[in-house]
Design a protein around this ligand. Structure first.
Ligand code: BG6
Length: 487
């Protein structure tokens, strides 16, 4: 029998901004995600346009606090009011770990407040206590697309150096408060994503920087996040003995379309773009190829004295990542079909099937990713997001999602191969998302990922009742046997 390592951390992943709802309750302030508008005529082949947010969009969002239809993250799946029921269901599946994020604006409603909001702190105390009841370890992301909106409006988001100080204050507050309850932490979700969606990740709005090179603005903000991440690691280790802090990257994978050396070179270059961010957080310094990119593109990052030392001194303990799909690249793209991926476009791989949203399903790519990341870093790995967004149908209280089981079965087999045959050290796995929630890229509810169906549609209509899908029972068996060999 091929089994996963003893103590393997099986579980599920979520994020406050896509799940909680209760967006203006309990003293919570506005976060950037509360202004993320639904695009009902969603075009997955045009992600770039979808991620564009202007100052006018924000004005409109602020003018309509009652609008839950156009701003679906305001209601999410209403975990804020259902957390006890949801955690009970996670426990029923046998979860060992639950990945969630803390909404910064629940703790510091404006980001720059001097004192934290007690009601917000108490909410997460209650969530952690509920998890503890079932021996489920929380894995907490400190920042998952949730910068308080005030930091955008008053400081220009992470472009401002001052935001590092506000983040430090927030991190110190949550580490002190939850030091006996949370051992596993991630600093920034997909820290690289600030380049693809600067507003959600970094609170950056392009039209606020009329005379600047916006790419430089994004990299400057990312520099501030790298320094903040290192400081968060330091704070976390000081306050919580034995705490483990990880970085989190989007593990996109690009294969060469052909064996033409030009295509291979292009895929190598693209892959370096992916690793640049984990290289920085693991080795504690910018890789030379990223510095060359800055130089060749006239990008000037302002560093303060001590930044390099801080980044070097406090690298992460483990490497976590999301993995959903792969795509191809070619030097000459003429005539090659394109397809959507995780907020990026890529070339279609003729050997792979795709999800209904065009993301190419590639379980072997997960094994390749594990091997590459482990060989590169020699640090424990954690898959903190992986899953299939699909249109599920609820019929008589049941969802027959064999397609999702098939997706997981193939990915889990490749994880086992990586652990047993390739010698990869894998700490755990949290599926995205263990319960249906609002999609980040499309803001749809109908792009469902969960083992648990939530009865809400794209317009926020529904009972919000929870239902176990067929995949719920299948995942329960995997966790129970710590193996796939029960089938
Ligand atoms: C990851 C994000 O990139 O992908 C999540 O960390 C997101 O927040 C997930 O939800 C799946 O993407 P989407 O666009 O289908 O929700």
């Amino acid at each position: 029998m091929r089994t996963f390592p003893e103590g393997f951390l099986w579980g599920g992943a979520t994020a406050a901004n896509q799940m909680e709802g209760g967006w203006n309750e309990g003293g919570k302030g506005w976060s950037v995600s509360d202004c993320a508008r639904a695009k009902f005529d969603v075009d997955v082949k045009n992600y770039e346009k979808q991620n564009e947010i202007t100052s006018k969009d924000i004005e409109e969002a602020l003018a309509h606090p009652e609008d839950m239809v156009n701003y679906p993250k305001r209601h999410g799946n209403d975990f804020y009011h259902h957390y006890k029921e949801d955690i009970k269901l996670f426990a029923e599946m046998g979860f060992k770990v639950f990945r969630m994020s803390i909404a910064w604006s629940r703790i510091f409603p404006n980001g720059d407040d001097v004192t934290p909001n007690e009601e917000g702190l108490q909410f997460y105390d209650d969530v952690f206590d509920e998890l503890k009841k079932y021996n489920i370890e929380p894995l907490v992301t400190m920042s998952h697309y949730e910068p308080p909106l005030n930091l955008t409006l008053s400081y220009d988001g992470w472009y401002s150096r001052e935001v590092i100080g506000f983040f430090e204050n927030y991190v110190r507050t949550i580490c002190e408060r939850y030091k006996d309850k949370v051992k596993y932490w991630l600093t920034f979700n997909e820290v690289d994503s600030i380049i693809r969606h600067p507003y959600t990740t970094g609170g950056l709005i392009k039209d606020r920087f009329p005379n600047k090179n916006f790419e430089e603005v994004c990299y400057q903000a990312m520099h501030h996040q790298f320094v903040a991440s290192a400081l968060a690691t330091k704070i976390c280790h000081e306050i919580i003995p034995g705490a483990k802090v990880g970085c989190m990257i989007t593990k996109l994978s690009y294969y060469p379309m052909t064996c033409k050396p030009e295509d291979i070179l292009k895929s190598q270059q693209m892959m370096r773009n992916i690793y640049a961010y984990s290289d920085t957080q693991v080795f504690g310094e910018y890789p030379s190829y990223l510095l060359s990119y800055y130089k060749n593109h006239d990008i000037h990052i302002h560093k303060e004295a001590g930044d390099d030392e801080i980044m070097k001194k406090y690298p992460v303990d483990f490497v976590s990542f999301s993995y959903y799909m792969s795509s191809c690249v070619a030097e000459d793209e003429t005539g090659i079909e394109k397809t959507a991926g995780n907020t990026v476009m890529g070339l279609k791989n003729p050997y792979l099937p795709s999800s209904e949203w065009g993301w190419q399903i590639d379980p072997i790519g997960l094994r390749i990713s594990l091997v590459e990341l482990y060989d590169r870093y020699r640090k424990p790995l954690f898959i903190v997001e992986n899953g299939l967004g699909a249109k599920d149908e609820l019929i008589d209280g049941k969802v027959h999602d064999e397609y999702r089981i098939d997706y997981y079965r193939k990915h889990f087999k490749c994880m086992l191969d990586a652990i047993i045959e390739d010698g990869v050290e894998l700490m755990g796995y949290t599926s995205w998302a263990c319960i249906d929630l609002i999609s980040e890229s499309t803001k749809q509810m109908s792009k469902r990922y969960g083992f648990i169906y939530v009865d809400v549609d794209d317009y926020g209509n529904g009972t919000y009742d929870r239902y176990r899908k067929d995949s719920f029972y299948w995942y329960q068996k995997v966790i129970h046997h710590n193996s796939l060999d029960f089938e």
